[in-house]
Design a protein around this ligand. Sequence first.
Ligand code: CA2
Length: 146
Amino acid sequence: MTSIVYVLNGPNLNLLGQREPDVYGHETLADVEAACRETGRDLGLDIRFHQSNAEHQLVDWIQQARGEAAAIVINPAAFTHTSVAILDALNAFDGAVIEVHISNVHKREAFRHHSYVSGRADAVIAGCGTQGYLLALQRAAKLVTA
Ligand code: CA2
């Protein structure tokens, strides 16, 4: 049976590849989506890929994943450091949660060192560039078939 995995992206990640390539690389979000779909196919995962700049939309997708998805891979972007609403929504989700950051947030400004989402995540990947999404899918595949 194919497991559904939501891949959720927070604010400004739609700008990936357009600015700050030294921090976030040259790939666009469309490139990341294509790579996730290809890796998902190889792993037998059905990928639902979304991006929003709105906190409520991310909360709505996490709620939609309840009862539907086996895992959520999430890069909450700036909401990582601010959003109790996203943490609460993830706490109401029973499947695996993997948090991804393209950059190594611990090497950056102090305000990026704390993540509300890490309190719920089963795994956290940071500093692996956009490859982090694919590593997260590999881990998700392992967790959902365990
Ligand atoms: O490293 C990550 O993936 C982050 O989640 C990215 C967030 C940042 O607020 C987190 O601290 C770490 C920022 C996403 C904004 O992405 C942009 C990409 C290209 C150009 C401008 C913004």
